[in-house]
Design a protein around this ligand. Structure first.
Ligand code: OGA
Ligand code: MN
Length: 201
């Protein structure tokens, strides 16, 4: 089945999916390298929670570091990857009429011991984030490395969940409004390109 058909079917039936090899390994390797370079040269910042007046650093909730990306710039591999996300945006709109208008994204780095507690990706008073997206850049991730993305499939206090390994080239997509999720403590460095397909307002 065509990949975008498969993605659309899962989003409409389940509301989420994990898809290996969304981007080819050479591109993932180049992104990983770029991400490491940017981290090594001090370009990342402690990630905050909330937006506007609620925006604050809360290491007890999340302890990763991020670097927002300008879609119009960057090395070839990143451009290539973002072009793939643009194809995905158009495909989702065509098949599911989601009205996705733009894609905002950042690199994220979880140092050993860091995590992101259970949360939703939508901000209070801002419903623009429709689909959350995480593309993992981590070579040969092993179960003992931790850092799983835990997606809560039930509602409210229901703790039913699925754990996804942040393995190289795996893309996770889910409806931002529907799924609480968390990043379990990582035992080694955990890198990703994380983004949101947003509606106009
Ligand atoms: C986030 C997030 C999940 C992951 O950045 O909001 O939930 O697997 N990331 O990195
Ligand atoms: Mn999140």
């Amino acid at each position: 089945m065509e990949i975008f058909d498969r993605v659309s079917e899962s989003i409409s039936a389940e509301g989420w999916l994990a898809l290996p090899n969304f981007v080819e390994p050479e591109t993932i390797a180049a992104l990983r390298e770029e991400c490491r370079q940017l981290a090594a040269t001090g370009k990342f910042r402690r990630a905050a929670v909330g937006n506007n007046a609620n925006h604050r650093i809360q290491p007890d909730i999340r302890s990763d570091e991020i670097l927002w990306l300008d879609a119009a710039q960057g090395p070839e591999a990143r451009q290539h990857c973002l072009a793939r996300f643009e194809q995905l945006r158009l495909a989702l709109n065509r098949r599911l009429q989601l009205g996705l208008f733009e894609f905002e994204c950042h690199y994220a780095r979880f140092a050993p011991g860091t995590f992101y507690r259970k949360h939703f990706d939508r901000f209070r008073g801002d419903a623009r984030r429709i689909v959350s997206s995480v593309l993992y850049l981590n070579e040969s991730w092993e179960p003992g490395d931790g850092g799983e993305l835990r997606i809560y499939s039930g509602e409210g206090e229901n703790e039913d969940h699925v754990d996804v390994q942040p393995a190289s080239g795996t893309l996770v997509l889910f409806l931002s409004e529907r799924f609480a999720h968390e990043v379990l403590p990582a035992q080694r460095e955990r890198l990703s390109l994380t983004g949101w397909f947003r509606a106009r307002s």
